[in-house]
Design a protein around this ligand. Structure first.
Ligand SMILES: NC(=O)c1ccc[n+]([C@@H]2O[C@H](COP(=O)([O-])OP(=O)(O)OC[C@H]3O[C@@H](n4cnc5c(N)ncnc54)[C@H](OP(=O)(O)O)[C@@H]3O)[C@@H](O)[C@H]2O)c1
Length: 282
């Protein structure tokens, strides 16, 4: 457990993950300082310097997360996801602050035929993924005490995600097409938040993959969502190549999460359980 006198500074604390992290911390009696746009901009050196000076532990959830838009705004994506993370690392090293930085499965090209382990060579296939990988590298180069937690396929109640988009699409049009060749693990941000709290209490160094247990295609996930919500939707499968989108998506997002498991306070749940719970609360 995190000691009660430790305060966690959450950068991007009003985003989908940051919001759930702040909520889980409150439940566990952990104090937080929540910083986010518009009053906190991670790309502002002065604001970042003040944030680090006031912190002991930082969890960086702040990110440019619009995958398709990043193809049109690479400079902004790199400023937020890479350059600011590098500066955070340098400031954290100088102030002896430990940083937990959130990254993504999009650092991989998705071409592997097995779940990715932390030591697999990254090879991003879109600007968002490349900017996140650049952020990871700059953080390592800063030599601050840190760990990088890569997440995938997250959903939560405070942000746009695959589940919310799926429901919106099904309400607007009775027929929905979903790709059946992208495979991963739907992961609730509430579960990721609990895992973050476990890591914060142990302050490990290095890269960790975290996702719910088990794997599913986007299509089978959509089927599960509509069945649980008793929504009558004409659901059809298609291939990623059928969808023209500005950013290419990796087909294999599967993570091998063996490394993180021994550090967690509770076992990782199969993806169906938190998703069902999430859908019941909608
Ligand atoms: N969503 C996924 O499927 C997924 C998968 C794997 C990894 N991740 C990673 O998970 C982390 C959290 O993302 P999320 O899903 O919670 O996305 P999110 O809801 O977009 O949260 C990101 C937060 O960062 C804020 N932000 C953006 N630019 C900023 C800036 N210049 N200064 C300060 N804050 C800024 C955003 O504010 P605005 O909303 O005002 O822009 C938002 O509150 C990110 O590192 C992301 O790369 C996400």
């Amino acid at each position: 457990m995190v000691s009660n006198d430790a305060t966690i500074t959450i950068l991007g604390g009003r985003g989908m993950l940051g919001f759930d992290l702040a909520s889980v911390c409150e439940l566990l009696g952990i104090k937080t300082t929540v910083l986010d746009l518009p009053d906190f901009d991670i790309t502002s050196f002065d604001q970042l310097q003040r944030a680090v000076a006031d912190a002991k532990i930082i969890v960086n959830c702040a990110a440019y997360t619009n995958v398709d838009k990043a193809e049109r705004e690479p400079d902004l994506a790199y400023q937020v996801n890479a350059e600011a993370v590098g500066r955070l690392g340098v400031l954290a090293r100088e102030a002896d602050v430990w940083v937990l930085h959130i990254s993504t499965d999009f650092v991989f090209d998705g071409k592997s035929d097995r779940p990715y382990v932390e030591t697999d060579p990254p090879n991003p296939i879109n600007t968002y993924g490349a900017s996140k990988l650049a952020g990871e590298k700059l953080l390592v180069e800063s030599r601050c005490h840190h760990c990088i937690m890569r997440l995938e396929w997250t959903y939560g109640s405070h942000g746009n995600n695959f589940v919310s988009k799926l429901i919106k699409r099904a309400r607007a049009a009775k027929s929905v097409k979903v790709v059946d060749d992208q495979i991963g693990s739907p992961t609730a941000t509430a579960e990721a938040a609990k895992a973050i709290c476990s890591l914060v209490s142990k302050k490990p160094e290095g890269v960790f993959h975290f996702a719910s247990d088990g794997y599913v295609s986007r299509f089978d996930m959509a089927k599960f969502v509509f069945e649980k919500l008793s929504m009558s939707v004409d659901l059809a499968s298609c291939k990623t190549s059928d969808f023209a989108s500005p950013a290419t998506r990796p087909l294999n997002s599967r993570f091998d999460c063996s490394k993180i498991k021994s550090l967690l306070d509770e076992p990782v749940k199969p993806w169906q359980q938190p998703l069902e719970q999430f859908l019941e609360q909608l």
